[in-house]
Design a protein around this ligand. Structure first.
Ligand SMILES: [Zn+2]
Length: 129
């Protein structure tokens, strides 16, 4: 039996956060192997240094994997520490999207809602406790 595995696709989310809402566009599309996306770290760092508008990442997973992998959490944690701010991580699979917000201190929590229309993305965060 053959199984068709599509490559993962990822984007950088650029935009802004206002209270518990993140408004972003998906840019810098990158594709990768079946279970990973190759991000251009140098380009992302440069974007953040110049514009300061990187708010997170969006990437697809194979069917059924609606959670972040260990590698995903590691990568997000590294960007958070490097930027000194929180970032959202959206994982899309089977036509739906789930998200987490990673904090510079190393913790993360799920977001309440993710909505996408074309390249525009809205993420509703849980209120700060
Ligand atoms: Zn992943």
């Amino acid at each position: 039996m053959t199984r068709h595995v599509k490559s993962e696709v990822g984007w950088v989310l650029v935009g802004f956060q206002d209270d518990d809402l993140v408004v972003a566009r998906r840019v810098m599309q990158a594709s990768g192997a079946a279970t990973s996306v190759r991000l251009d770290s140098a380009r992302i760092l440069s974007r953040e240094e110049k514009q300061g508008d990187v708010v997170g990442f969006w990437h697809t997973h194979p069917a059924g994997l609606i959670r972040e992998s260990g590698q995903d959490r590691e990568t997000l944690g590294a960007f958070c520490r490097s930027f000194g701010k929180s970032l959202v991580s959206i994982v899309e699979t089977d036509g739906s999207a789930s998200g987490w917000v990673h904090l510079p201190g190393g913790s993360r929590r799920p977001v309440l809602r993710v909505v996408r229309s074309g390249s525009l993305v809205l993420v509703r965060l849980a209120p700060e406790r």
